[in-house]
Design a binder for this molecule. Structure first.
Ligand SMILES: [Zn+2]
Length: 426
């Protein structure tokens, strides 16, 4: 297969990309050989596929079921979810997850990391996500994190539930120290997560300090544990929104620890700006971790979409361009050069934390790329349109025309309509 006439990040002019056996074999001004399949990029940006580093597939597309979140707070979302998760079923969860994955692929994301609630009363969501992984393996890479939504020490038996999930189905160990009852419990919950990570040889992917409370300082504990346990590069901390309220002197120390620990910070701009600041009087805080400053200090920063039409977020179509658009505005990353560099947050920085090493547009890399609707990062971000074509392992997996979106998976073609609200009748 050959794609002709594309722009590529970090290179001048137009390029052809040749693909064979799922790999990029040539990037040159003109690929001489004729491809069995040829695609014309027309001067558009050809970029590696996006990563969504934080998404809750178990709750996607449950908006309004059993009721809507009227306060817009994290805590009301958790209450609604604790009712909804009682009725989790494998088939219904699989159906919602599959739809969300199609939306994501149609928006150029072919790698995701999902949190699955391991303190839910049933294993239905875990079972569904494992079946999903088999079913959509051609179009999406899926990593699963065992996520103790209710806390590790808040109820008897939760430690065992987390361990069982790590042993049976999770790729990563999750935690949520700011939800634990006390500071001491929060610290202990981090220790438990690290003990499990070491025992089962798995990375850590935690919800950390997702609050406006500037006294929530579990990120420092995570960084210190990572350094002491020598888990460099194997720990991610999501949200860390409390850090937007830390003072400068403390942040300067924290950035150093994070860089040394090689902890990846995953901000979720859509959900952070929506859920945080709810207890502030005017002026209200921005709700997102200071990712510009963190990245400027050499900390690895990536992004997640987090929620798609669920108890925590009523909107979203699973587009990482939407997440990036909000991130650059909220994070003041809108200088011309820095705006273009922010594409790293949903591509190379995420690949590093995800453990994908053969990623990028060069000979030898896996042929996972898309043709975006714009000539450079700035045009793509300004337009917010889905990619024209998405390729995975050298195969066309999605095409977006003016009138429809087609997904090619497992020998079948499916037509989808991203953004269709689940509870509205046709
Ligand atoms: Zn989350």
């Amino acid at each position: 297969m050959v794609v002709r006439g594309a722009r590529i990040r970090g290179r001048e002019g137009l390029w052809d990309v040749g693909v064979r056996g799922g790999r990029i074999v040539e990037v040159s001004r003109r690929v001489g050989e004729r491809g069995e399949e040829e695609f014309e990029a027309g001067g558009r940006l050809l970029a590696p596929n996006f990563f969504d580093m934080h998404i809750h597939l178990d709750s996607v597309l449950t908006l309004g079921d059993p009721r809507h979140n009227e306060s817009g707070t994290l805590l009301e979302g958790i209450e609604i979810w604790s009712e909804r998760r009682e009725r989790l079923g494998v088939e219904e969860a699989l159906e919602r997850m599959r739809e969300a994955v199609y939306w994501m692929v149609s928006n150029g994301t072919t790698y995701l990391r999902t949190h699955i609630d391991c303190t839910a009363p049933t294993d239905a969501a875990a079972e569904a996500v494992l079946r999903l992984r088999e079913e959509v393996g051609d179009i999406m890479d899926i990593q699963v994190t065992a996520f103790p939504q209710s806390g590790i020490l808040t109820d008897e038996g939760n430690v065992e539930m987390l361990e069982r999930a790590v042993e049976r189905w999770a790729d990563n160990v999750g935690m949520i120290p700011h939800i634990e009852f006390t500071r001491e419990d929060g610290v202990r919950s981090i220790e438990i997560a690290f003990e499990l990570a070491k025992r089962y040889g798995k990375p850590i992917d935690g919800h950390v300090d997702e609050t406006d409370d500037e006294h929530s300082r579990f990120l420092e504990v995570v960084a210190a544990k990572t350094i002491r346990e020598k888990m460099f590069g194997r720990v991610s901390a999501s949200h860390v929104t409390a850090s937007h309220g830390y003072n400068g002197a403390y942040l300067a120390k924290l950035y150093r620890m994070l860089r040394r620990a090689e902890v990846t910070i995953i901000a979720n701009p859509l959900i952070n700006i929506h859920l945080q600041g709810r207890f502030d009087t005017l002026p209200k805080r921005r709700g997102m971790a200071p990712i510009k400053e963190m990245a400027g200090f050499g900390v690895n920063v990536a992004l997640g979409h987090d929620c798609v039409m669920d108890p925590w977020f009523p909107l979203g179509i699973g587009s990482m361009l939407h997440a990036l658009y909000v991130a650059v505005l909220v994070g003041h990353m809108t200088g011309y050069g820095e705006l273009k560099r922010t594409f790293d947050l949903i591509t190379v920085n995420a690949a590093k934390a995800y453990g994908v090493t053969d990623y990028g547009i060069e000979a030898g890399s896996r042929a996972d790329f898309q043709i975006l609707d714009g000539r450079d990062e700035l045009e793509v971000l300004a337009r917010l349109r889905p990619p024209l074509y998405v390729f995975k392992n050298g195969k066309l997996v999605c095409e977006n025309t003016k009138h429809e979106t087609k997904i090619h998976n497992n020998g079948k073609t499916v037509r989808i309509d991203p953004g269709k609200v689940p509870y509205l009748p046709d």
